[in-house]
Design a protein around this ligand. Structure first.
Ligand code: CO
Length: 355
């Protein structure tokens, strides 16, 4: 099989049965010295190459994460996708490279470098590897300029972090960026990052196991209670990682608070449950009752296969939960495996899936 052929596309070009993983990450196999490239000093991430297959993302002299060639090697990725029955992946940045704390011009340069490297990684299989961009979200104008550039160059979406310092997603500048994404038909994938750290949270991967779900929950609440969705067009396609974190489980608590404590939290035009058709989530929740909760809360058209490939807290084989969930009808299963992702990605990306 050619690398560029989706595994399940039939010769008529029908792509309705494809399995699409909307939550995966890449890391390039090295990049220019970012301090030199941006004319700035200070610690930038760099990659310590250990072997053909192994590398370490370094922050200064500190080891951030050991990674393997599945982060950058399209052939290895496609082999894993074939083994897992995945036809296409949205390939997003790894959030440690977001650069939101840097000066905007410097961050814009770093984003350009990584976004161009993402195109190189996906180039061997443009029908199957769909690059998502990163933007300097701390500066709305620069972020809009970069997402425009990426849209022209072949990125099909943009991944953003769930906050920029103390600014949540309902921040005016971020809402303006999201409005821009809607206007250029660019889907947005929100990923938690820059998690609170404390001695209690730094044990047992606490930042990943409790911080990430809580942060994602907070982001969705910010868009609802902060009036973000009230200011955003319905045409915005936005999705949240890890099943939307803790949100679905605690929607009732938030709804109750909106009704019972309007003096404190009822800043949105409508109660929280009104906004459930404004966003999607991925399926990286690992158990069928959790997947059912997402479907029952948000609707079967709002949950999409997302694995967090290739990282160890992700699901392997990708899509295993959706494929094995006995309570799903075949129609819902196929929506979760790929149809919903096609609606999220939009027609231009879906065209790319056709050989
Ligand atoms: Co992820």
């Amino acid at each position: 099989m050619s690398l560029a052929q989706p595994t399940a596309t039939d010769p008529s070009g029908d792509v309705s049965g494809l399995a699409i993983d909307i939550h995966t990450h890449y890391v390039p196999r090295g990049w220019p010295d970012l301090a030199a490239a941006t004319g700035r000093t200070g610690d930038h991430p760099w990659l310590s190459i250990e072997s053909e297959r192994d590398a370490i993302i370094m922050l200064g002299s500190k080891e951030f994460r050991r990674i393997e060639s599945d982060c950058w090697d399209a052939e290895r990725r496609l082999g894993d996708m074939d083994a897992d029955g995945i036809d296409a992946q949205a390939v997003s940045p790894t959030p440690v490279f977001f650069t939101y704390a840097r000066e905007p011009a410097e961050a814009a340069k770093v984003c350009r470098i990584f976004n161009d490297l993402a195109l190189d990684i996906c180039a061997p299989a443009p029908h199957r590897l769909l690059p998502f961009a990163q933007v300097p979200l701390q500066d709305t104008e620069s972020a809009c300029i970069e997402v425009d550039r990426c849209k022209v160059n072949g990125h099909v979406g943009v991944e953003i972090g769930n906050h920029v310092g103390d600014r949540d997603l309902d921040d005016d500048g971020i809402v303006t960026f999201l409005q821009h994404c809607a206007s250029i038909d660019m889907p947005v994938f929100v990923h938690p990052w820059d998690l609170p750290s404390s001695p209690r949270l730094d044990r047992w991967m606490g930042q990943w196991l409790t911080g990430m779900p809580a942060e994602t929950h907070l982001s969705i609440i910010a868009l609802i209670l902060g009036g973000g969705f009230d200011r955003l067009p319905r045409g915005l396609r936005i999705a949240f990682a890890h099943g939307g974190g803790s949100f679905a489980f605690w929607l009732g608590r938030v709804e109750n608070a909106w009704h019972r404590r309007p003096d404190v939290i009822a800043t949105s035009e409508h109660p929280p449950s009104h906004y459930l058709d404004r966003f999607s989530v991925d399926s990286a929740v690992f158990t069928e009752p959790a997947l059912r909760l997402l479907i029952d809360t948000l609707g079967a058209d709002r949950v999409m296969l997302g694995s967090d490939y290739p990282y160890p807290l992700g699901e392997r084989p990708s899509g295993a939960l959706i494929r094995s969930a006995s309570s799903l009808t075949e129609s819902v299963r196929s929506a979760l495996l790929g149809r919903n992702a096609q609606a999220f990605l939009g027609p231009a990306a879906v065209d790319r899936l056709r050989p």
